[in-house]
Design a protein around this ligand. Structure first.
Ligand code: RP5
Length: 259
């Protein structure tokens, strides 16, 4: 498994644009003030939790105090992949990487870790390593077709479900049974997602499914509801990728030793 040399907030500290689907701007956080260990008594970040979370069955209640953090809470995994996280004075989980310039949950459903899974489906075509990417509806960036782990679901189910929903329109699922068995884990941990806040953040497990046999060569991908486009892209493409996905593609490159 690969590790990030150093995680630092970049995408979730961006002050040039408002937070997703809002007019709320993050409070500027200089890089050296990201870690909570750096004393900053004047830090008073903006607060934002999207109204769209209210009453949603997949979202946590406004008040986090009765939730079982750092535990498997019923069928919701509130454990972090990499640490036991701490809390602020209001009992809200504290982002383990540090300050983001925004309190609340933003548009994320869970206080604390929001678990996702990212399937990197790859192949070698004309000597070049390629992977299947989707164009996200929310901010128009290209991304690995990952998604949230549903309550009670395990990561392998999420990997397969998300890829099927977001990218695979016309391939009968039973043709790919063996393909989904042969994934290898590339990474598990924190994601520098633009939706992260001081109290809610994304974590993921990244798996690589490498198509050695050309099973998907004739597949005409179809973008699902969450995607505006889908297709193979070369790993050396200069197109910017969502959140930490460029790092994950770098792991893929290191694994296959190709460009
Ligand atoms: C990223 O958000 C993860 O790496 C994953 O790709 C994605 C999951 O969120 P949704 O696509 O479901 O919005 O942090």
């Amino acid at each position: 498994m690969f590790r990030l040399a150093r995680m630092i907030h970049t995408k979730c500290r961006d002050i040039k644009i408002p937070y997703l689907r809002s007019n709320v701007f993050r409070t500027p956080v200089p890089e050296d003030k990201v870690p909570w260990t750096v004393d900053w008594p004047e830090y008073k970040p903006a607060e934002y939790t999207s109204e769209s979370l209210k009453g949603k069955p997949w979202a946590d209640p406004e008040d986090p105090r009765n939730l079982q953090f750092n535990e498997i809470d019923g069928n919701v995994n509130r454990k972090s992949h990499f640490c036991v996280y701490a809390f602020d004075n209001d009992g809200r989980p504290l982002n383990p990487i540090g300050r983001t310039g925004l309190r609340g949950r933003g548009t994320l459903g869970r206080w604390g870790p929001n678990h996702a899974a990212d399937p990197i489906v790859s192949r070698i075509k004309n000597g070049k390593l390629e992977f299947v990417a989707i164009k996200r509806h929310d901010n128009g960036e290209w991304a690995i077709p990952g998604g949230m782990v549903d309550p009670g679901e395990n990561v392998s189910q999420t990997l397969r479900r998300e890829f099927t929903e977001e990218a695979l329109g016309n391939v009968p699922a039973e043709n790919l049974e063996a393909f989904w068995e042969k994934g290898t884990e590339l990474f598990r941990g924190y994601v520098d997602d633009p939706r992260n806040t001081d109290n809610s953040w994304m974590e993921t497990v990244v798996f690589n499914f490498h198509d050695e046999e050309g099973l998907l060569d004739d597949c005409r991908f179809e973008a699902g509801d969450d995607a505006a486009g889908v297709g193979w892209i070369p790993i050396d493409d200069k197109v910017p990728l969502y959140a930490s996905h460029r790092d994950f593609i770098q792991f893929l490159k290191e694994k296959h030793g190709k460009c």
